[in-house]
Write a protein that binds this ligand. Structure first.
Ligand code: FMN
Length: 155
């Protein structure tokens, strides 16, 4: 079973969580890789269509974990655009997590995960579970540990 963490991260919060997840799953002997989505222009104000300088292919993976920041109470436009053109997710187990700054509810995490969910359905897949990490939350470490534990249990 091959696991791919497909991550967009501008300031590395999301990437740092993805890397902890990778290390934890690799330690358990799982075959896991991180691939970064890299746009030519990562300015949050950049208008679609977005050109990718690294556009990860999901076809080698049995399990795919999408990870992105929240931008403006929604999924970062880079991830949104990536998911619109990603290959088939049929038959794959999919998970998602988003990171955001604010700990309070209704600051975009639920919406962003919902946007990932809809995009995954469009590609024939289903998101089994999704997670939110709030950077300013006092319980951030617990959120990260619990995300890692839940994915580890599920895959
Ligand atoms: C343009 C922009 C918009 C953002 N909008 C939100 C928001 O609506 N809600 C929130 O909680 N955080 C928001 N943030 C904060 C990021 O979601 C947060 O810092 C995230 O962890 C960054 O991830 P990264 O380091 O992987 O890029 C925004 C950041 C940027 C750059």
């Amino acid at each position: 079973m091959k696991i791919g963490v497909i991550v967009f991260s501008k300031t590395n919060n999301t990437f740092s969580v993805a890397d902890r997840l990778r290390a934890a799953l690799a330690e358990k002997g799982l075959d896991i890789e991180i691939e970064r989505i890299v746009p030519e222009n990562d300015d949050p104000g950049a208008k679609p269509p977005i050109v990718f300088t690294n556009n990860p292919d999901v076809s080698p993976y049995d399990v795919v974990i999408f990870a992105s920041p929240v931008w403006a109470f929604s999924l970062a436009v880079v991830m949104k655009e990536y998911l619109e053109q990603v290959g088939s997710l049929q038959g794959k187990k999919v998970y998602s997590f988003v990171t955001k700054q604010l700990a309070s509810k209704f600051t975009g995490g639920i919406k962003a995960n919902r946007q990932i969910k809809s995009a995954v359905v469009e590609k024939g897949g289903t998101v089994e579970k999704s997670f939110i990490v709030s950077w300013k939350n006092k319980k951030r470490e617990e959120e990260i540990d619990s995300l890692i534990a839940e994915i580890l249990k599920a895959v």
